[in-house]
Design a protein around this ligand. Structure first.
Ligand code: WTA
Length: 573
């Protein structure tokens, strides 16, 4: 397939020339940015915030925050003091110590960021949860991680099944009129009087930093543990891929419940001393354009679903706003359609730069740099220091244009450290015969070294940029009293990438109806999360299963898309 490349748009980028930097590149050089070059110990929160207070950035704005009711800004010096205060509260009233898992379950707010940084300053591990999670999703994550402390809001508390969480010792409530009793602590009250001075816990580079739960095709969500060492990658990619510079105003639209909202919503921008815009509340095309105009956003990082929705909102809307501050736009999370890239050039006069990575990889690995021609539809090329290849199931490298497993040579700094409580799962990511990390994505490489995404090897669903494991949804579905069996697939959708479609066999005594569909949908919504609820439900008498009783999602998909069902030899009679 020949694709016309979009040439580099004139500009002064941090990385002048892809090929040249690739030859010169060395992670060891990047490390020298940080304090561990002298002490051997380090702390991400110090490097991201406190370090800048010793420099000309002291009074530079670190955080612009806005939502429906708040409009605030904080300098690096203020961020240092406020995260120290949060750290002190957690230490004094929550006994938080190095290595403890401390979860955050609340809507975006400045306090969320003070708390996250405070946790890190104590050497504890942050567990960020999406505000949309319902009881089941919260329970799974807090139980698996053995969380000791939770920071949440009074409004979300009824989704925290405290009785099922014996290891949870303290719950901090961020809100007004908090009643303090038992394990509940009024966060804001303690925060107001906490000291601005905090002794940072210096840690080893491989000590735990953050735990992001993510979905696979089987089993419960798994806890991907990242360590402080990841800062090398966050810093380097913030410079070269996000192309952040001193005068930039940067906006990453991702929530910190997702790895993009931490690696590139907190760490990357702050490690490079950049002014970071964080917007709370819900998405709407109008308000998003308005944010870019109001803050003079220069670098904007979002996701294909959002760009498709903006495209759907029409070109006229774009013209109502002054978006001339934008100089660099990026996208991650799912395939970025070539039409969207072309639309970006038309309405923003900017190329949208796709890049590829995963929760497990902790940072960007394959990317379109501002300094290189981009081919719309391609994820770009490996970043310097990263070796990517397409390999067969034995780990042999395949030549250009052959489709296979997208694999990365072990050894980039932000690689996950382990899967929490599940060493076996961690090991399953690597080819047995070598040191390839296998992503679970299939792709091919072209003759210029650009990588092209083809699909997931497994059944993981990508809906509006959220990664949903079909097993988790199926497990919830069968908890519904009417559901005997359920199989869940991703169905292609022009805006959301995929939507969740469930095939359901009912228990005896239940009849298919629209009301029942809605009831089942609400059940998943309330039990797991809104984004995990199936948009479509089909009732069937029986579901296709293997002899060992596994639902054959591949057959469901073939039914749905009118494709040949393939080999059915393992299907039960
Ligand atoms: C998919 C996201 C196509 C892919 C940071 C990967 C992409 C999964 C791209 C990880 C891209 C991510 N083009 N597909 N540029 N980026 N993906 O863990 O299937 O939520 O394996 O992390 O998203 O999703 P996760």
């Amino acid at each position: 397939m020949r694709v016309e490349a979009l040439p580099v748009v004139q500009g002064e980028y941090n990385l002048r020339n892809y090929e040249e930097m690739y030859e010169k590149f060395n992670w060891k050089e990047t490390e020298k940015e940080f304090s561990w070059s002298e002490t051997g110990l380090v702390n991400m929160a110090y490097e991201a915030i406190d370090r800048h207070v010793e420099t000309f950035r002291k009074n530079k704005i670190a955080l612009y925050y806005r939502d429906g009711s708040r409009n605030e800004k904080y300098t690096f010096k203020e961020m240092k003091e406020l995260s120290n205060k949060a750290g002190n509260v957690l230490k004094k009233y929550g006994d938080v110590e190095k290595g403890d898992r401390v979860f955050i379950f609340m809507p975006r707010s400045p306090e969320l960021y003070f708390v996250a940084l405070g946790i890190i300053k104590l050497g504890a591990i942050v567990g960020p949860l999406f505000e949309a999670f319902m009881e089941g999703a919260v329970r799974d994550r807090l139980q698996d991680s053995g969380a000791k402390v939770l920071v949440t809001t009074p409004e979300l508390l009824d989704r925290v099944p405290v009785q099922d969480l014996p290891e949870l010792k303290h719950i901090f409530l961020v809100g007004q009129n908090v009643k303090e009793e038992g394990i509940f602590v009024d966060f804001l009250d303690k925060f107001a009087e906490a000291s601005k001075e905090l002794q940072i816990e210096w840690v080893e580079r491989n000590d735990g930093l953050i735990l992001h739960y993510t979905s696979g095709s089987t089993g419960k969500p798994k806890g991907v543990l990242h360590v402080h060492n990841a800062m090398i990658q966050h810093y380097q990619t913030a410079k070269w891929v996000l192309d952040l510079k001193e005068e930039d105003v940067y906006w990453c639209t991702a929530d910190p419940g997702w790895v993009t909202g931490t690696s590139y919503g907190m760490f990357g921008p702050w490690l490079t001393g950049t002014s970071n815009v964080i917007i709370g509340g819900r998405f709407s095309p109008d308000s998003w354009y308005k944010m870019i105009e109001d803050f003079g956003v220069t670098v904007w990082y979002s996701a294909p679903t959002a760009f498709r929705m903006l495209m759907g909102a029409g070109d006229e809307l774009v013209k109502k706003y002054d978006l001339s501050s934008l100089r660099h736009i990026l996208s991650v999370g799912e395939p970025l359609n070539p039409e969207v890239v072309k639309w970006g050039v038309k309405v923003f006069n900017k190329r949208i730069h796709d890049n590829w990575w995963m929760t497990e990889t902790g940072g960007q690995l394959i990317s379109n740099y501002p300094c290189m021609p981009i081919k719309p539809g391609s994820m770009g090329k490996p970043i310097p220091g990263v070796v990517a290849a397409i390999v067969d199931d034995q780990g042999n490298e395949l030549p250009p244009y052959r489709m296979g497993n997208l694999a990365i040579k072990k050894g980039w700094p932000s690689m996950m450290y382990t899967i929490w409580n599940n060493k076996e799962k961690y090991e399953s990511y690597f080819m047995p015969n070598g040191d390839w990390y296998v992503s679970g994505d299939s792709a091919y490489m072209d003759e210029d070294g650009y990588f092209w995404f083809q699909g997931r090897v497994d059944d993981v669903i990508m809906t509006s940029g959220e990664r949903v494991g079909p097993f988790e949804v199926e497990s919830k579905l069968v908890e519904h009293p009417a559901v005997a069996e359920a199989g869940v697939i991703g169905k292609p959708d022009p805006v959301r990438g995929e939507i969740i479609k469930a095939f359901v066999a009912l228990r005896d005594g239940y009849e298919p109806s629209e009301e029942l569909k809605e009831d089942i949908r609400q059940f998943v919504k309330k039990g797991l999360a809104a984004h995990a609820a199936p948009r479509e439900i089909d009732f069937r008498d029986k579901l296709p299963k293997t002899r060992s009783g596994k639902i054959m999602r591949r057959v469901l998909k073939a039914w749905e898309l009118d494709l040949p069902t393939g080999d059915l030899s393992t299907m039960e009679d």
